[in-house]
Ligand binder design. Structure first.
Ligand code: MN
Length: 715
């Protein structure tokens, strides 16, 4: 059982007295908040954080990391708060503990293999500081070492998570001993019988194997020396899980696994010639197995891995694999391990990421030889995936998004229909706006409603190209459809104006001419061009007007009679039915106002008041005459500003004057911060028409406190 004195003894070698004191303080804190808690083993809970901290000191990690090891479960499992931790141990530690608390809440639930990769990425992304991951791995090692106290189903779940998530992460960090221990412990629980048998078989040969490794290494070294080749020789036994995997993959029995040990010769010189010299030395020493020699120097692997691989019949008649490479090739091969950081779906041209891998790799390499761990750790603060976020689906799957992605991106990643009909989103069960930026670890749920449609505004919030192109597509199709309808209406009107039949438009020769002139190919294109305002209806109809206009007056008269002035929206455009109409927000016209219509690009006709200053800058041939055609009562919003002498109850007086006309006030604001002792009251009221507005204004003016009443043109 580890004691605090063991930890303190170890950190004495590389920490300042102040830091050692902080570690002692963390121990006292952890002991007091975990007081009374016991592990399933029956031991005091405190043993666990101490074991974790102990591993971190073995790795000579910095003070904050060791302190975090002691405190890593306090926020999640005790009454301690992040504020307490920051006050006692500083921002750095508080940040690390917070990161661990977040990661500990991730539960790996998916059975799909490809999800494991996403989970690993999520953990990496949430380990915005690599030290968080180191503590998490040490935590997992100790939990795996004491897994026997858990019920069998939990053992299975944790062992599976360890094998799928944490062992690969240890591997990526280059912490080989952790990878091996995590894999073998997980193996023990996941395939109990296979593990026991293999363990027994391997330990039977343990001593023999060690002797064998020493023997072979010694022979190779000697031969290299004789050949004047300077090189390092390594012999490494494979661990149980990797032997098991090999037996599975190649469908072989244990006795058939010969190369339990792999030897590697790393030449100090960087010349390729020496690699071949070492190879021929090996081949003259031991008989090569035919077909097992691979020259990855002459023909490098796709990832540019270079090395010579050969299998020979060793000194005891056993097969053994030997890899030969230069120091530079070896370093590249190691970089190749780091290249696992590069994910399939990421663009290979992403230079920033390569830089990041390189840095990480460098840092991990330094770790093994560094004299000053503090200096090393101080450079470790970096986000591993600064440009991605990982979120959960309601099923517990993980999806990756670029940073800044919103629920809209999430919705479109599920299905384009989900995107199109998305009306809201919940993150961690709380309703969020669609522009909410997703955070690592969020659980996202999309609310949809049949018949709902995307809005152009969504383009402001969507960042994934998938969502953006789907939205753009929808908006464009929609605008085009509206333009076709509007274009058709405008053309029909123009035809009637000239007493011509709309069916004339079908005349092939003329149509062809119009198409050529205006670079359109179909009738829909033509309608759309008119609807968008790219092409004036007059221009089109001109082609059909006979050279000599027959002055038959009754014809237009007749045409006029035929066209009922119907509009469901309170507007009629002489001769046009069912046009899409919007009221301009700049001047908020109400029935009774003089109005003018503007043919907008793809969004129907926008109605302005004739006096609206905005219409002055508009293209004249896109302005059309429109008139009010009020069939049923409908209210329109108007803004009015009332300036009055500031006295008590002024707002109530004005409000009741308005309400007396049965007019709704949808908004009221009073500004009394006026040096002239004036109150400026702005009202938004809903009126039926100008007549009603005038009545309201007259009533307000009658109040003796009122100095002026004005209709505001800006909503
Ligand atoms: Mn823990």
């Amino acid at each position: 059982m580890i004691r605090i004195t063991d930890i303190l003894d170890r950190v004495q070698a590389y920490m300042t007295p102040d830091e050692q004191e902080l570690i002692q303080k963390a121990y006292v804190f952890s002991a007091s908040v975990h007081q009374g808690q016991v592990r399933l083993s029956g031991e005091p809970y405190l043993i666990h954080p101490m074991e974790v901290a102990g591993m971190l000191t073995d790795m000579r990690l910095d003070c904050s990391t060791v302190v975090t090891g002691l405190l890593h479960d306090t926020v999640e499992d005790t009454l301690a708060t992040p504020q307490q931790i920051e006050a006692a141990f500083g921002k750095d530690v508080a940040f690390l503990v917070e990161g661990l608390t977040k990661i500990s809440r991730i539960t790996f639930s998916s059975r799909e293999a490809q999800q494991a990769e996403n989970f690993r990425k999520m953990i990496l992304a949430m380990s915005s500081d690599i030290r968080i991951l180191m503590v998490r791995l040490a935590d997992r090692i100790h939990n795996m070492r004491t897994l026997q106290y858990h019920p069998p189903d939990k053992q299975q779940r944790i062992a599976r998570e360890t094998l799928d998530l944490y062992a690969p992460l240890a591997n990526r960090l280059g912490i080989y001993w952790m990878k091996v221990e995590l894999e073998d412990l997980a193996f023990k629980y996941l395939e109990h019988n296979a593990y026991n048998e293999l363990n027994f078989r391997v330990s039977q040969k343990q001593e023999k194997r060690e002797h064998y490794t020493e023997e072979v290494t010694r022979i190779i070294r000697e031969e290299l020396r004789k050949a004047d080749l300077v090189a390092e020789v390594e012999g490494r036994a494979k661990h149980l899980w990797s032997i098991h995997k090999k037996m599975q993959a190649q469908h072989i029995e244990f006795d058939e696994v010969y190369d339990l040990i792999a030897f590697r010769i790393i030449l100090a010189s960087d010349t390729v010639r020496e690699c071949y010299a070492a190879l021929s030395m090996i081949h003259s020493l031991w008989k090569p197995v035919p077909g097992r020699f691979k020259d990855y120097i002459a023909i490098p692997k796709a990832n540019n891995y270079k090395s010579l691989h050969t299998t020979v019949i060793g000194p005891y008649g056993e097969r053994m694999e030997v890899q030969i490479r230069t120091r530079a090739m070896h370093e590249w091969a190691e970089e190749g391990i780091a290249a696992h950081w590069r994910y399939k779906e990421r663009r290979s041209t992403d230079g920033g990421e390569d830089e990041q891998i390189k840095r990480l790799r460098e840092l991990l390499e330094v770790q093994q030889e560094v004299d000053n761990p503090r200096e090393y750790m101080s450079t470790l603060k970096m986000a591993l995936f600064p440009d991605e976020v990982y979120v959960f689906t309601p099923n517990g799957d993980v999806r990756a998004f670029p940073k800044g992605a919103t629920p809209i991106d999430f919705a479109y990643s599920v299905h384009s229909d989900v995107g199109h009909t998305c009306i809201g989103a919940k993150v961690n069960r709380n309703i969020v706006p669609l522009k909410y930026q997703l955070q690592n670890g969020d659980r996202v749920e999309i609310t949809t409603q049949a018949g709902h449609h995307p809005s152009k505004d969504w383009l402001k919030y969507a960042v994934t190209s998938r969502a953006r192109s789907k939205i753009k597509n929808w908006v464009n199709t929609e605008e085009r459809n509206r333009s076709i309808v509007l274009g058709r209406e405008l053309l029909e009107k123009e035809f009637r104006k000239h007493g011509l039949k709309f069916s004339l438009l079908g005349k092939p020769e003329t149509l062809k001419k119009i198409y050529e002139e205006n670079q359109v190919r179909t009738q829909d294109d033509l309608m759309a061009a008119v609807g968008y305002g790219k092409l004036s209806p007059k221009h089109v109809v001109q082609h059909f007007v006979p050279e000599e206009p027959k002055a038959e007056e009754p014809v237009p008269e007749k045409a006029k009679k035929k066209t009922p002035e119907v509009s469901t929206v309170g507007i009629s455009l002489t001769g046009i039915e069912d046009v899409m109409v919007r009221y301009a927000k700049c001047c908020t016209p109400i029935p009774g106002d003089e109005i003018v219509g503007y043919i907008s690009r793809g969004r129907g006709i926008v109605v302005h008041t004739s006096t609206c200053s905005n219409t002055r800058d508009m293209e004249a041939d896109r302005l059309v005459d429109v008139e009010w055609n009020v069939k049923e009562r409908h209210t329109y919003p108007v803004h009015i500003r009332v300036v009055c002498r500031d006295r008590k109850g002024v707002l109530a007086d004005v409000s009741s004057a308005i309400s007396a006309h049965d007019v709704n006030i949808s908004n009221a604001q009073v500004d009394t911060n006026n040096p002239d002792m004036q109150a400026v009251c702005d009202f938004k009221i809903d009126v039926n028409d100008l007549n009603e507005l005038n009545k309201v204004v007259t009533s307000i003016k009658k109040l003796d406190c009122v100095m002026s009443v004005e209709r505001l043109r800006q909503l």
